[in-house]
Design a protein around this ligand. Structure first.
Ligand code: PGA
Length: 246
């Protein structure tokens, strides 16, 4: 099947970084002529500080609500107003620490699409699920919440990131084969939901992607790039990963 999914590398700074890192990324990435799509997701307070940059910006979370009395929350329109085009939803750290359900994650993704932000929807299994060999039903449940709430057209606006929880920040990467198997499963599942739906959707891999393993992961047929945590905090490492996706 022919497809033209331009590879994407997205950096998730998590609760790291400062004005200095904002400046470094704005300056250094400009000179690189990268052919993949690049998205930097800093803490949201830094979004408006990227004044002159040639990559896209994303937030790491968004409220599922529109506006109103929700202390501490940020809406889709606010994030858009300060320069975001993307938003990560359903990162496993939030699913765990904030008890975010797949239903809530789907609501966030739906609002994002409706408000003009591209959601990067994270899915992925914990170690015990991998050990029990029930990865596919686990991921299928996470996807089901999404496909039940979003229209097919809205689904087409999403990016999906497969992030096995046991690989996040642990230095343990999924093997390229493990990543490919799950990515192929995600694509098949989306294709079964609506004809060809999966073919146009970018599937990113995340979990201890580094400059030295990125090429192998990204060369898998169903891996369209990566969502990078730790290695997105050093501009030279991040650039090397982007080059691996070119
Ligand atoms: P990591 O994080 O690259 O540090 O493993 C990935 C992520 O959590 O998105």
């Amino acid at each position: 099947m022919e497809h033209n999914r331009v590879p994407m590398v997205a950096g998730n700074w998590k609760m790291n970084g400062d004005q200095d890192l904002v400046n470094q990324f704005s300056k250094e990435l400009k000179t690189q002529a990268l052919s993949c799509a690049v998205v930097i997701c800093p803490p949201s307070v830094y979004l408006p500080l990227f004044s002159d940059h040639d990559f896209s910006l994303g937030a790491q979370n968004v409220s599922h609500l529109q506006n109103g009395a929700h202390t501490g929350e940020l809406s889709v329109s606010m994030l858009k107003e300060v320069g975001a085009d993307y938003v990560i939803v359903g990162h496993s750290e939030r699913r765990e620490s904030q008890q975010e359900s797949s239903k809530l994650v789907a609501q966030k993704a739906k609002n994002a699409v409706e408000g003009g932000l591209t959601p990067i929807v994270c899915v992925g299994e914990p170690l015990n699920i991998r050990e029990q060999e029930t990865v596919e039903p686990y991921i299928a449940e996470q996807l089901k919440a999404l496909t039940e709430l979003l229209s097919v057209d809205a689904m087409k606006q999403c990016v999906i990131a497969y992030e096995p929880i046991w690989a996040i920040g642990t230095g343990k990467t999924a093997t390229p084969q493990q990543a490919q198997e799950v990515h192929a499963f995600i694509r098949r599942t989306l294709n079964a939901h609506a004809e060809e739906l999966g073919e146009g959707i970018r599937l990113l891999y995340g979990g201890s992607v580094k400059a030295d393993n990125a090429k192998q992961l990204f060369s898998q047929p169903d891996v369209d790039g990566g969502l990078i945590g730790g290695a997105s905090l050093k501009v030279e490492d991040f650039i090397a990963i982007c080059r691996a996706a070119n």
